[in-house]
Design a protein around this ligand. Structure first.
Ligand code: NAP
Length: 289
């Protein structure tokens, strides 16, 4: 009998065990900022939504513009995934309430919440207007409060609890070479918001963690290169970003999406209140050569 056994059977067994990992079958994901403005490449929110859908989750996404959310939805639909979208402004309480209610109407539960929306405005306290400061606090920090305010009680009621993943930035940990104090301050605040809330909800079976991306190459980064590259040399701008990273290259949206997947899945069920830094080594380095 032994002689006729398939010599590769132990490998097949490992492969099928691997495929069974990080599955999200039947889970409902509410995600903000899943859209992207171009068909080229992948933005972080779009990649997260697509990755979680590919692992079996049902996606319900809120985005400022429906057109860019539709681009992500079409990609997920064409791979056989499930994705609903709703026009949402994450800085407005009524809009976030409508998003959460629509998701509950559709699925009756929320297992995973991903707060992805965020953007950076340049400036230091002396140069930044009060309006810009307020808008940075609203989009980066109040948005996280607004979704958590409504979703935490839902997750607490569910016997299976839930997992919340907030997307911060290494700008919340370090000065990364350009003045963007409101972005840095709000991204740092997300981390402590997450940690403190994680402790409060630890016994309620709701986990909260932060993913902290470094320099990531996305369609938006390409836009920045178009806008800020000295002398219009976009390739040089991108090369400089690559060179800032100890690994010698920027990450991509999938690097961030994979970290979110791990924190969303049951494989991380004993991890809460943590920051998972995805930066190719930047924050572990002094930056000096
Ligand atoms: N890219 C990087 O290098 C990098 C590095 C560190 C951290 N991060 C963080 O990663 C997250 C994703 O950043 P990203 O630049 O890659 O963006 P992204 O995920 O490609 O796109 C952001 C999405 O948010 C949407 N959005 C913007 N304002 C909104 C609002 N008020 N309400 C609802 N949706 C809104 C945008 O909608 P529209 O399509 O309508 O514009 C867009 O679809 C952010 O939190 C960012 O701070 C990015």
């Amino acid at each position: 009998m032994e002689l006729h056994a398939d010599p590769l059977s132990h490998i097949y067994c490992h492969i099928s065990q691997f495929e069974a990992m990080l599955r999200l079958d039947g889970k409902v994901v509410l995600i903000t900022g899943l859209g992207q403005t171009t068909d080229e490449g992948w933005g972080i929110g779009a990649a997260i939504a697509s990755k979680l859908a590919s692992q079996g989750a049902m996606i319900f996404g809120g985005n400022r513009s429906l057109a860019s959310a539709q681009r992500t939805k079409s990609r997920i639909d064409s791979s056989g995934g499930i994705c609903d979208i709703q026009e949402t402004n994450v800085t407005e309480a009524n809009s976030v309430k409508a998003l959460v209610e629509a998701c509950m109407q559709r699925h009756g539960r929320i297992d995973i919440l991903v707060n992805n929306v965020g953007r950076s405005e340049p400036g230091c306290p002396a140069t930044m207007t009060e309006d810009i400061w307020d808008s940075q606090v609203d989009i980066n920090l109040k948005s996280v409060y607004l979704t958590c305010h409504l979703v935490l009680p839902i997750m607490e009621r569910q016997t299976s609890g839930g997992s919340i993943i907030n997307v911060s930035s290494i700008a919340g940990l370090r000065y990364i070479g350009k003045p963007q104090v409101a972005y840095s301050a709000t991204k740092a605040a997300i981390m402590q918001f997450t940690t403190a809330t994680a402790v409060i909800y630890a016994a309620k079976n709701v986990r909260l963690n932060t993913v902290v991306p470094g320099l990531i190459s996305t369609p938006y980064t390409r836009e920045l290169a178009k806008r800020y590259a000295p002398g219009g040399d976009e390739e040089e701008y991108m090369r400089k970003r690559d060179a800032q990273v100890p690994m010698g290259r920027m990450g991509d949206a999938w690097d961030v999406a994979n970290a979110v997947l791990f924190l969303a899945a049951d494989e991380s069920k004993y991890i809460t209140g943590q920051e998972l830094v995805v930066d190719g080594g930047i924050t572990s380095s002094t930056g000096r050569v």
